[in-house]
Write a protein that binds this ligand. Structure first.
Ligand code: SAM
Length: 248
């Protein structure tokens, strides 16, 4: 039986790939990639001629089964995504589960991940953090997701698109307060890498000040609130919240 390797690739700077990842990508029988044309550039850079096949959200169920068959017949497969670590807001979950069900070994080859890259240099608390991926697109669902952070004490990490970053920061300012501390990490590992840390209202002004500030790829981090010891017992507090909900 072959092996599935989950291989992390760079999130911008092509040097951010491990020696082990390069060796695995050279040695496997086939590389499953989200966008084969995009990944071809990385392979060319490192003179890797392994065959690529596509595996994305829309064909993962069917393609995944074919790949598991190949691994059961002894072939080794590497899974990569367009950037960073596969399965982190990227395809691969179905394939990994097929492999686990079929008794095919799954081996992670660690490397870049935008969430961790952003967090480790943001200056926010790292002892407890939550990764939320992308927020819902629909306004109401997004507002609901954000409202759950009102009392969150851990740092929360989001991925955000340039089309929505302004709207999201504006909503954070409304829902979590204009003074909630945020860090925007933009274009990580690339030429115009930027960290901007300030209160939500000031991050919003910074985004609006220059259209260039809204271009590129973003990780958005929301600071947790201070863990204040409440004078009200926990049970009484949840009862109060329930009562508030039923008020007109
Ligand atoms: N699997 C990837 C990882 O390990 O980070 C994430 C893939 S997800 C589809 C793409 C999102 O990740 C982007 O919209 C952005 O929010 C974030 N991202 C990826 N590369 C980034 C970079 N160089 N700088 C900032 N954010 C980045």
């Amino acid at each position: 039986v072959g092996t599935l390797y989950i291989v992390a690739t760079p999130i911008g700077n092509l040097e951010d790939i491990t020696q082990r990842a390069l060796r695995i990508l050279k040695d496997v029988d086939v590389i499953a990639a989200e966008d084969t044309r995009h990944s071809q550039k990385l392979l060319q850079q490192y003179e890797i001629s392994t065959k690529l096949i596509s595996l994305h959200d829309h064909n993962e169920a069917q393609r995944g089964k074919q790949l598991v068959e190949r691994m059961r017949n002894g072939e080794n497969v590497a899974l990569i995504s367009d950037a960073g670590t596969p399965l982190i807001s990227d395809p691969g979950y179905t394939l990994v589960n097929y492999c686990r069900d079929a008794g095919v070994k799954v081996v992670p080859i660690p490397g870049a991940c935008a969430a961790i890259t952003a967090l480790c240099a943001a200056g926010l608390a790292t002892d407890k953090f939550i990764f939320e991926g992308f927020l819902p697109v629909k306004q109401q669902a997004k507002e609901h997701a954000l409202s759950r952070l009102i009392k969150q004490t851990a740092t929360t990490i989001f991925y955000e698109s340039p089309r929505r970053i302004e709207d999201t920061v504006s909503m954070i300012s409304e829902v979590l307060g204009a003074d909630r501390q945020l860090v925007v990490a933009k274009e990580l590992t690339k030429t115009f890498e930027t960290f901007y840390a300030d209160e939500a209202q000031n991050v919003l002004s910074w985004l609006q000040r220059d259209p260039n500030h809204q271009r590129g790829e973003f990780v958005l981090m929301v600071a947790g609130v201070e863990n204040e010891e409440s004078d009200i017992p926990e049970e009484a507090e949840s009862l109060l919240l329930l009562l508030c909900d039923s008020l007109p």
